[in-house]
Structure formats: structure tokens, C-alpha cells
Design a protein around this ligand. Structure first.
Ligand code: FAD
Length: 434
């Protein structure tokens, strides 16, 4: 019996059916389209926490997608395997003509896609990839001399100008779903079969109401208030499209638009300067002699530093996999400046815990906090956790929410602020003036 001829739409960090560039293109290519998702063993094997919240989040999302696809007598093929072996297996069952996917810019993803592209082309299968997770990618927003921007403000100015020129974009994949391959429902491998267990998820769905966005510029720094969109995890895994978010931002909030542009700025930086994965953007910041005290790091991770705002943030992260941006800035600054612990340690801990973990944003923001990133704050600006708390959590509502035992006899600060500030200043100054 001859194998059915199909095209494949390989979903990775774009787990939705609407406004989906690759899916839209696949559904116009003529053959029935099989949606595919791979729980990539290369990635899953790196995760030490078997109750990883992200794996559960993806798993639940795929189940929901399958329910939607059921209405079209279709289903998403979900496998737990390596990408190469998955495609080898797929070719046993189907006559695959073309494969469609959206661009993925992280170093591992680029290598993976090169390998798969080579394999497909040796089997005479075309591999098409499209821009989807950003408005502008790679080298689309560059300085007049074609070099990359390393400062946010001029980058964002040109970004907005370009956006105005290209206008709103939208891919109507959701209107073409009858072109999907008709099939029975494929079972999704249970988490246990992949070596994982179900994690408790307590994240809020995105808050994209007009009220939140219009007030964003006033409420975004107050961690006790649901004043930000909380869309980051949904954006990370592509349950929402960045195009719809930018449309909302254009209508309601310039400040919020700038945050979405920061995300693209850091993605551009990672693409143009891949060395930032392991090195400070400004090389001389790698001369800083970090203290790297493991016991102190452990107290920071657990949220037992004696600084209530820092502890509240770390406990929010540990419990929910999300932390308010203002508090991310405070805890990051505390780790690198007050404890003089290498920003890469903090970055890696966030990488383990954050549901919205994004290499580019995490790296860019950690480098920013440590002072050696592009467009970073000058090193001598050191957040005072007490004044930050007073300003942004004046009634201690956030602190009380996450540090249940917080009262007047709360554990004493593990290091005195003034002492730590001076130590950081001297250490940085000495290292940078060599
Ligand atoms: P909103 O304030 O509603 O902003 C909307 C969107 O804009 C966010 O979802 C995000 O996609 C983008 N955005 C907002 N602020 C930033 C920023 N500073 N840098 C880049 N993009 C931004 N964000 C991640 O998505 N993944 C990370 O791994 C990550 N690590 C961080 C580490 C540190 C040390 C710091 C200080 C910030 C980090 N951020 C990261 C940025 C920011 O904290 C989160 O994007 C934000 O808190 C998510 O909440 P929200 O969706 O309510 O954001």
C-alpha cells in the first residue's frame, strides 16, 4: 500500500492554531497537513526537576490543542523522541513532501534545525521556516551602517518607524484548518512515560484587558497589584501571537509596547552576539572576582536572606514559576551586588524555575543587573532593597503574601546593606580599572 502524501507543520514554541505563520503557509501548500510536536529528549534530559512546571504546561496545552483539532477530525502528533529520529520514523509512515516551521533563534534550536534541514533535504523534502515569534528578527532593525544596535532607545525608535511602514500583519491560519490531515486522535505520551510528573500550576491567564493596559504605566512596578499583563508564559510558548499583542499595545499603551520591544531587542542581541550566553557583553566585567559563597547562594535561592522583599520574590518564583519584574530586578541586583555572586548562577537558577524562561530575556536582564550587559545601568547604581520595598510595596502587602512568617522578629539581614554596597563598589571599581 502506498504511503499517504502529506505536509508537516512542526510546532515548537508556537502552540496555537490562530495567526500562525508556518501553519498558514502549510495549509496553503496543497496537501493535508499533519501538525507535529516533539518532546525533545535532548531538552528534557537536561531538566533535573521531574515536576518541571514547563513540561506540565506544554503537556496541558497540547491536550487543549487536541480538543480543538478534534472538531476538524484532526489531531496533533506528539512524540517523545529526538527530532532526527522522529523524522526518520515519520518517513516510514508517510510520504512527506514539505515541512513547515517557525524560526527559532536560540543556539540549540539553530543547530537542531540545521541538522533536520540536512536530513530532510537528503530525502528530497523541502524545509520552510518563517518569522513568527517576533515582529522584527535577526538583522531587520540595524543602524544606518548596518551594524547592530546595542542601545535600546534608538533601536526602539527605528523599530516603531519600521512597524509603521509595514503596518499590521496577521496570518489567518485559523480559517484554513479544514486542510489538516483527517485522522483519529493521537494519544499524547503521559508525563510519567517521559520520566516526569504533573506539577501544580498556579499561573494566572494573561490579563490583557483595556483597564490593565491603559493603567500599565502606573501599576507595572507594584508587585502586590495585578498591574502587568502576565502574558510572558503564553508568549514564550506561543499560545498568543506577538502580532496580536503589538496591536493591543498600539491601541492602549506605549509603555507596554516598549516592553515588547525590549524582548525583541534582547533576542536581536543574542542573535548578533551569541557569546553573551557565557560571557559579559562588556568583556571587562568578566574580571570581577565573584565571591560565589555557596551557602549564601542557597539562602538566596530559598528566600531566606532576611531582606523581606528579596525573600518574597524568591518564594513567589519557587512556588509559582513567575516573579514580578520589579522584584526580579531587586533580587538580581541583590545577588550580584550585595552577595557578589556571579550573575550566571542567578541566571541559571531563574532558568530552572521560570515558566516564562527565555534565554535572550533572562540573559539580557541578568547582564543588565550585573552592569556588564548592553545598555546596562552603571555599576555604581546599587538598589537599596529597603528603599525599593518602601517605594514599591509600601504597605508590605506583597511581602506578607509570600513570606507567611513575616513580622517584627523576622530573620535578620544576612549582610548589612551599607557594608555590602561599599564592598560591591570597591570590588567593581578595582576590577574595572585594571
Ligand atoms: P509585562 O510587564 O506585562 O510585559 C509584557 C511582555 O513584555 C512580557 O510578557 C515580556 O514578554 C516583555 N517584557 C517585559 N519586560 C521585559 C524585559 N525587562 N525584558 C524582556 N522582555 C520584557 N522575561 C521573560 O519573558 N523571560 C525571562 O526568562 C525573563 N527573565 C528575567 C530575568 C531578570 C533578572 C529580570 C529583571 C527580568 C526578566 N524577564 C524575563 C523580564 C520580565 O521580568 C518579564 O518578562 C515580566 O515580568 C513578565 O511579566 P508580564 O508578562 O506581566 O510582563
Amino acid at each position: 500500500m502506498s504511503k499517504p502524501s502529506i505536509n508537516v507543520c512542526w510546532l515548537r514554541r508556537d502552540l496555537r492554531l490562530h495567526d500562525h505563520h508556518a501553519l498558514d503557509q502549510a495549509l496553503q501548500a496543497g496537501l493535508p497537513v499533519l501538525p507535529l510536536f516533539i518532546f525533545d529528549q535532548h531538552i528534557l534530559n537536561q531538566l533535573s526537576d521531574k515536576a518541571d512546571k514547563r513540561v506540565t504546561f506544554i503537556h496541558q496545552t497540547l491536550s487543549r490543542l487536541n480538543e480543538e483539532l478534534c472538531r476538524f477530525n484532526s489531531s496533533i502528533c506528539v512524540v517523545h523522541d529526538t527530532p532526527l529520529h522522529t523524522f526518520q520514523q515519520l518517513l516510514e509512515k508517510f510520504e512527506v513532501k514539505e515541512v513547515f516551521a517557525n524560526h527559532d533563534y536560540e543556539p540549540y534550536a539553530v543547530t537542531r534545525d540545521q541538522e533536520i534541514s540536512g536530513f530532510l533535504s537528503s530525502n528530497h523534502i523541502r524545509f520552510h521556516t518563517f518569522k513568527d515569534q517576533v515582529i522584527f528578527e535577526k538583522s531587520e532593525v540595524m543602524k544606518p551602517d548596518n551594524s547592530p544596535y546595542t542601545v535600546f532607545t534608538p533601536y526602539s525608535r527605528l523599530w516603531k518607524k519600521r512597524y509603521f511602514q509595514i503596518g499590521e500583519q496577521r496570518f489567518l491560519s485559523e480559517e484554513k484548518l479544514s486542510g489538516l490531515l483527517k485522522t483519529e486522535i493521537f494519544p499524547i505520551p503521559p508525563l510519567e512515560a517521559m520520566g516526569f510528573e504533573e506539577a501544580t500550576l498556579s499561573i494566572s491567564p494573561p490579563q490583557l484587558s483595556e483597564a490593565i493596559l491603559i493603567n500599565y504605566h502606573q501599576t507595572r512596578n507594584l508587585p502586590s497589584v495585578p498591574g502587568t499583563s502576565q502574558v510572558s508564559t503564553y508568549l514564550r510558548f506561543g499560545l498568543v501571537s506577538v502580532r496580536e499583542l503589538v496591536r493591543l499595545a498600539q491601541q492602549h499603551s506605549e509603555t507596554w509596547l516598549n516592553e515588547l520591544i525590549w524582548r525583541e531587542f534582547f533576542m536581536m542581541i543574542l542573535y548578533q552576539f551569541p557569546q553573551v550566553v557565557d560571557n559579559s557583553f562588556k568583556p571587562k566585567y568578566d574580571r570581577i572576582p565573584w565571591r560565589n559563597d555557596e551557602e549564601e547562594f542557597d539562602r538566596w535561592c530559598k528566600g531566606e536572606t532576611g531582606y523581606p522583599i528579596v525573600d518574597a520574590g524568591m518564594r513567589q518564583l519557587n512556588e509559582t514559576g513567575w516573579m514580578h519584574n520589579r522584584v526580579r530586578m531587586i533580587v538580581a541586583s541583590f545577588l550580584v551586588k550585595h552577595l557578589l555572586i556571579d550573575w550566571r548562577w542567578g541566571e541559571a537558577y531563574f532558568g530552572e524555575k521560570l515558566l516564562d524562561y527565555e534565554l535572550a530575556s533572562n540573559n539580557g536582564n541578568w547582564q543588565w543587573a550585573a552592569g556588564g550587559g548592553c545598555d546596562a545601568a552603571p555599576y555604581f547604581r546599587i538598589f537599596n532593597p529597603w528603599t525599593q520595598a518602601k517605594k514599591f510595596d509600601p504597605k508590605e502587602e506583597y511581602v506578607r503574601q509570600w513570606v507567611k512568617e513575616y513580622d517584627d522578629s523576622y530573620i535578620p539581614p544576612m549582610v548589612d546593606h551599607e557594608f555590602a554596597r561599599k564592598r560591591a563598589l570597591e570590588t567593581y571599581k578595582r576590577a574595572l580599572s585594571i
